[in-house]
Design a protein around this ligand. Structure first.
Ligand code: DGJ
Length: 729
């Protein structure tokens, strides 16, 4: 059992393979966070001995219980109103206008396995997993609010997940202003905060800043997790490397507005707060109602960022992603977007499919432009019927033609959106997010459908299932291309308008759940103007995600490296595009474009009709090679060997679970600063005694040698790259 409660001292001990998480009840009432980190074999016998001895500093209140001031205490789930005046995890205003919540222990239960979270994506357990859960019920006597803290321990996966459920057991309405998923403490100040931030075409770049007194936060108010920040932060000791040093990772399974931050208090303790963004949020909880908030996944590593990422990768790949594609290889696809944009007709798509077949590609995906009157981005979102002028055979007919060439067929949709120039808008102008009496701003000429409305959710479910039922459609790319503005619902009452962002996600999650269950054989790929909503919440429904609209291989070195801090390679969609690149004009060799794309779910996104026979042959060779490597790349353990953020090169490797093979990719990222003719790269994670032989049979080294001496990478010219693959003999 990985969760224990010691009745003698009221201490809860949660243990994973390498970590301990300890909480205790102070005087049997207040739940304190006592420790999180490297696994401990013994613990002090009472809670009082694990909290600061100077319990009543001058200027601090006499406190909640027998002289303990909560401003000095690591309260496990801190609330606003009493003597803890740091940022609370919970803040509510009650019907009488009061705003104090004082949570005391009521009861707890420990059980095997893990329950689903109602309406929200979450990690799950399968039989045979070492997963144990703990629910601790706390309550506020005066208002009869009950708060259920829910923890599940993934012993083997080395991760602890938590969420909170609120129950209004009282007589009055509770206005929840802030309800965060996580509050964690660091008991000293020596940490950097690492976060993934960027923008359109520059998603999830690694940023690091020293934690200091005050509050540091990243967040999103865009009604999606966004391109700009990710629902992830890590607290890392200064100079932590990929292999050494302490790191705490916190990753939120949510796709809407979030906040992630660290607050250092007067006494140099750090409190980490993460969850739904309290900005613009108010949730009315009526008597008898419950409110479930998103799950947060914590990982502690004493072996640097590498171990942290591998824990996230394994857990998210195996116990967050679902469905038949979770453990299978995906078809290698050609996407029509960068090949044609809106400029295509059926014959051009058929010609592309024929070339794709010649190149060894397995699926043709028809991107934007096949429906309504859509010849550019000004019209037709919501009118999900095929444009017969472009595709006379219809989608079913086109699918048949493509299938007869020997390829699967996939399609693009942007189901959450509506164009003001559309039949749908004429019929249902009130279905979009807008504020009464105020003009709505457009982004890319479009508005957002109000998914808090059940009839809108049903419309989307029906439109998507009608499209998917038109023929033999094997794949759907689900796009979403704008941020929110003038955020109002014409359906919600005035006093529930601030619930819109979260209700939107409850609606979207319902839609995705229904559709993905209705079409278990369709591969769903998420997309939001590139990787704008590539978050763990989405992985519950989509086993893969378009990483960025920036398809330039060199930019992708940074984007993919940053993304890999949390996201597994099996979910990362990486395409070979044309050179010069359509986004930034960069010229890169074909093999480099492919080598970089081979570190995720390989696909193609270029006009094959413009390529020479020689280039088509190159693609065929790349695909054959990838098929040999992809077991290792997509289902192996990732080791980052060289960071493009810290050098002029990026190198990543993947080692199969049983250490029987290793794939390495090395690529020069920018103009060589000095004329060093070679670079030595040391591998990681191999069997030291094993003999690894390269796939062309020319090299054989022991794992020990590869990890300690390393390999020379000789071509240091701009944008040159190499891939290596070894199998253990
Ligand atoms: C944005 C996506 O990221 C692109 O890949 C493409 O699908 C376009 N939308 C289509 O409008």
């Amino acid at each position: 059992m990985s969760i224990k409660f010691n009745e003698n001292n009221n201490v809860f001990i949660l243990s994973t393979k390498n970590t301990s998480y300890i909480m205790g009840l102070l005087k049997g009432k207040h739940l304190l966070h006592l420790y999180y980190g490297k696994k401990l074999s013994s613990f002090p016998s009472n809670v009082e001995s694990m909290i600061p001895s100077r319990l009543s500093a001058s200027g601090s209140a006499s406190g909640i219980e027998g002289g303990f001031s909560s401003d000095l205490l690591p309260i496990e789930y801190p609330t606003y109103g009493s003597t803890d005046l740091r940022t609370p995890a919970f803040h509510a205003v009650y019907e009488d206008g009061s705003a104090t919540t004082n949570l005391e222990y009521i009861s707890h239960t420990i059980y095997d396995g893990k329950k689903e979270l109602s309406g929200l994506p979450s990690t799950y357990s399968e039989s045979g997993d070492d997963v144990t859960s703990l629910e601790i019920k706390l309550g506020d006597k005066r208002t009869r609010l009950e708060v259920m803290l829910i923890y599940s321990v993934y012993e083997k996966f080395d991760a602890i997940v938590r969420s909170v459920n609120f129950i209004n057991d009282g007589y009055g309405t509770i206005n929840i202003k802030s309800a965060l998923s996580q509050c964690a403490y660091m008991f000293d100040k020596d940490f950097d905060i690492v976060h993934l931030s960027g923008g359109y075409g520059t998603e999830r770049l690694i940023n690091k800043t020293k934690v200091s007194h005050g509050i540091f936060t990243v967040d999103s108010k865009r009604m999606s997790s966004s391109h700009h920040h990710s629902p992830f932060i890590a607290l890392a000791r200064p100079n932590v490397s990929e292999t050494e040093g302490e790191v705490y990772g916190f990753s939120l399974i949510y796709s809407g507005d979030f906040i992630a931050g660290a607050e250092m208090d007067t006494y140099d303790n750090i409190r980490i707060n993460m969850g739904i963004n309290p900005f613009g949020f108010n949730w009315k909880l009526e008597p008898g109602d419950t409110f479930q908030i998103p799950e947060l996944v914590s990982v502690y590593s004493e072996n640097g960022f590498g171990h942290m990422s591998r824990c996230y990768h394994k857990l998210y790949r195996k116990r967050l992603c679902r469905g038949k594609f979770r453990d299978t290889h995906r078809p290698i696809l050609l996407n029509s977007w960068e090949a044609c944009y809106y400029d295509f007709n059926e014959e051009k798509i058929i010609n592309l499919a024929k070339k794709a077949k010649q190149a060894g590609i397995e699926m043709l995906v028809l991107d934007d432009g096949w429906f309504g009157k859509r010849d550019d981005d000004t019209t037709s979102l919501g009118d999900w019927y095929v444009n017969r002028k472009k595709i006379p055979s219809g989608l079913g007919g086109l699918a048949d033609r493509i299938n007869s060439i020997g390829l699967k067929f996939g399609i693009w949709m942007e189901p959450e959106m509506i164009s003001p120039q559309s039949e749908l808008y004429k019929e249902h102008p009130d279905w979009c997010i807008a504020e009464r009496g105020r003009e709505s701003s457009l982004y890319r000429n479009q508005l957002i459908l109000d998914l808090s409305r059940t009839e809108v959710q049903d419309f989307i479910i029906n439109s998507v299932s009608s499209v998917l039922s038109l023929g033999n459609i094997s794949y759907l790319k689900w796009d979403m291309n704008r941020n929110v503005s003038e955020k109002g619902s014409q359906n919600l009452p005035v006093d529930r308008q601030q619930e819109l962002s979260h209700r939107y996600y409850l609606g979207l999650y319902r839609v995705l759940d229904v559709i993905s269950k209705q079409f278990p054989n369709v591969l769903f790929e998420g997309c939001a103007a590139g990787g704008g909503r590539y978050d763990p919440g989405m992985l519950y429904y989509f086993p893969q995600y378009w990483t960025s609209d920036n398809s330039d291989a060199i930019s992708r070195l940074y984007i993919q490296y940053g993304t890999s801090l949390v996201m597994p390679s099996s979910t990362m969609v990486t395409h070979v595009s044309s050179s010069p690149n359509k986004q930034n004009g960069r010229i890169t060799p074909m093999d480099t474009r492919a080598n970089v794309a081979m570190t995720g779910q390989l696909g193609y996104e270029l006009n094959l009709l413009e390529l020479s026979d020689d280039e088509i042959l190159q693609i065929r060779t790349q695909i054959d090679a990838y098929k040999k490597y992809r077991d290792t790349v997509c289902f192996g353990d990732m080791y980052r060997l060289k960071s493009p953020f810290e050098s002029d090169c990026s190198s990543v490797s993947f080692v199969k679970d049983d250490k029987s093979s290793v794939f390495v990719m090395i690529c020069n990222s920018f103009v060589m600063k000095h004329l060093s003719p070679m670079l030595n790269i040391k591998l990681q994670g191999l069997d030291p005694k094993g003999v690894y032989v390269s796939d062309d049979g020319t090299m054989a080294y022991t794992g020990e040698f590869l990890m300690n001496r390393g390999l020379y990478f000789a071509d240091r010219r701009d944008y040159k790259s190499e891939i290596l693959y070894f199998e253990k003999q």
